[in-house]
Design a protein around this ligand. Structure first.
Ligand SMILES: Cc1cc2nc3c(=O)[nH]c(=O)nc-3n(C[C@H](O)[C@H](O)[C@H](O)COP(=O)(O)OP(=O)(O)OC[C@H]3O[C@@H](n4cnc5c(N)ncnc54)[C@H](O)[C@@H]3O)c2cc1C
Ligand code: SF4
Length: 493
């Protein structure tokens, strides 16, 4: 008998640990453990999502006749750690071997590598094949390059998969329509409401459990309606293709008050759990474009996120860990302000992003990067505190994807591994891409007065603090020169 271990974000029927499963003999181990719910104070909706999706996945395995050892969070015998539950299962079931799939976090891989010593049984850790670029593919691509740029990796991925290709050429003649993804949302355009998934009885039971045990964590459970099965997740994606993908191209970077989801897909949480297949999402998007249902800038823009960014950040994570998690190239030291956890701030843009995160465990990319991320960058917040926050508050957050985005893309703490320049912006950018400033306590056109927009003063302070370093970067030299030529009263009070 082989004991097959499936983790909470490995809920795919084609997961490597289940390959060559002998239904008549093998046992699948799944365990809800407190250790994984609390190593950062995860948003209760994230905990509920993972546990509910695990229970639905386990129920589907049982229907297929799979023998299951499923340990619930409130099982009195639960040791509340993965190691403890593995050891208990091995001692009781005495398997010939343990088979599992490589995890998404370095921390868990370290633990898994100790499982053989812990249990005295052979442990096979199989590669996670649910990504489009294997770690070896990424390592080969990265080898010998002085800088790793997503754009070139993305082109390689387009060629390797044939997605959005016309023979050897990119569809439409260009690899990238990024410049067509930057429009502000016009006043008369209302983003369609995404399809929602009201909790079924199984999810309601989980919500009660999570409400009971994690009420003190940041965020509310009230609005929970995430898809918890692959069937539901697919229905959510099809709703996106039908109603929002065509607008995703133009308004990918736009933000609007009271519009938490804009034209975004909301696939990250189910995708990272394994309920959706990234290749299938790209193929279905291409089909919609080829059938004339969505414009090329929308299809390409969306495919770039999945085939490009998602695979790229995973490649960086495994290439550069564990060192990556300690990088702090801008020597940022400030603690995370309390308002990240409470939402109590007069900055309208921050308040929108943080309060919607508390309500939905979701904010779209531009809010994460150009609002909360940008503030953290400009204010010099220490990357450890910022990482913990991002890992805790989003339903889709797992370290392999969170860390390169936060430490790399948002904070530039990796010194330019993920992005060639910091995504630093003053209030002018936020005003250009959103309608937040119109109803803000602060004045976006002022930097130094009592009501001056904090993003303005912080921006110039940031440029000044790092002027020497940025003067060497061709993409940052202009603001450094502007600051040098600016009247002092424009930048400090
Ligand atoms: C500071 C910061 C932290 C982030 N943390 C996470 C995280 O913990 N988990 C996570 O999945 N994404 C993270 N992202 C990336 C991105 O913001 C989210 O994937 C996206 O907002 C999820 O919403 P969506 O599904 O509606 O995305 P859409 O805008 O509809 O994009 C489609 C999909 O593309 C992928 N994608 C887009 N951008 C990225 C990116 N930069 N890196 C990786 N995948 C990407 C995601 O799978 C996403 O679902 C982070 C970005 C930033 C700037
Ligand atoms: S004025 Fe400044 S703080 Fe207020 S919403 Fe605009 S950018 Fe944000």
């Amino acid at each position: 008998m082989i004991l097959r271990v499936i983790l909470g974000d490995q809920l795919s029927t084609n997961i490597a640990a289940l390959a060559r499963l002998d239904v008549s003999r093998d046992v699948v181990l799944m365990a809800e453990v407190m250790g994984e719910c609390t190593y950062v104070p995860h948003h209760p909706q994230k905990i509920a999502l993972v546990i509910s999706a695990m229970r639905h996945f386990a129920a589907a395995l049982q229907v297929r006749g799979v023998r299951l050892r499923y340990i619930k969070l409130d099982d009195p015998l639960n040791t509340q750690t993965l190691d403890g539950e593995l050891l208990r299962a091995v001692q009781e079931l005495r398997p010939e071997a343990v088979v599992t799939t490589a995890p998404g976090e370095w921390r868990v891989l370290q633990a898994m590598q100790g499982w053989e010593a812990l249990t005295g049984v052979a442990v096979e850790i199989r590669d996670d094949q649910r990504f489009l670029a294997s770690q070896v593919f990424f390592q080969d691509w990265a080898a010998g390059k002085s800088s790793l740029r997503m754009e070139y990796f993305y082109r390689k991925m387009r060629q390797a998969t044939g997605i959005l290709m016309d023979g050897a050429e990119p569809a439409g003649g260009n690899w990238n329509y990024d410049s067509e993804n930057r429009k502000k949302l016009p006043k008369n355009v209302k983003p369609p409401r995404p399809k929602r998934f009201p909790p079924d009885a199984m999810t309601q039971e989980v919500l009660a459990l999570v409400g009971d045990k994690f009420a003190h964590h940041y965020g509310s459970l009230a609005a929970f309606d995430y898809p918890v099965t692959s069937h539901e997740a697919l229905a959510g994606f099809e709703d996106f293709i039908e109603h929002r993908l065509s607008g995703f191209g133009d308004w990918q970077d736009a933000m609007a008050a009271g519009e938490p989801t804009m034209f975004h897909s909301l696939v990250s949480a189910p995708l990272n759990l394994g309920l959706l297949d990234p290749l299938a999402l790209c193929q279905e998007t291409e089909t919609a474009f080829r059938a004339g249902r969505v414009p090329l800038n929308a299809a390409e823009g969306f495919i770039r996120q999945i085939l490009g960014w998602r695979e790229f950040v995973r490649g960086i994570y495994w290439l550069r860990m564990p060192h990556y998690a300690s990088l702090n190239s801008l020597k940022a030291t400030a603690p995370l302000p309390d308002f990240y956890w409470t939402g109590a701030t007069k900055m309208r843009c921050m308040s929108e992003a943080i309060n919607q995160t508390m309500r939905y465990a979701y904010a779209h990319h531009i809010q994460r990067l150009m609002i909360t991320g940008n503030f953290a960058l400009l204010a010099g917040l220490h990357p450890d505190g910022v990482d913990e926050w991002y890992l805790a508050v989003y339903a889709d957050a797992y370290e392999w994807v969170e860390l390169p985005n936060t430490r790399g893309m948002a904070l530039h703490a990796d010194g330019g591994i993920v992005g060639s320049k910091p995504y630093a912006a003053s209030g002018a950018y936020i005003n250009k891409m959103s309608n937040y400033c119109g109803s803000c306590h602060y004045d976006v056109n002022d930097a130094t007065g009592a009501h001056g927009c904090p993003f303005n003063a912080l921006y110039w302070d940031f440029i000044g603090r790092h002027a020497e370093r940025f003067a060497q970067n061709p993409r940052m030299a202009m603001p450094v020169r502007s600051l040098a030529n600016m009247a002092p009263n424009k930048v400090s009070g």
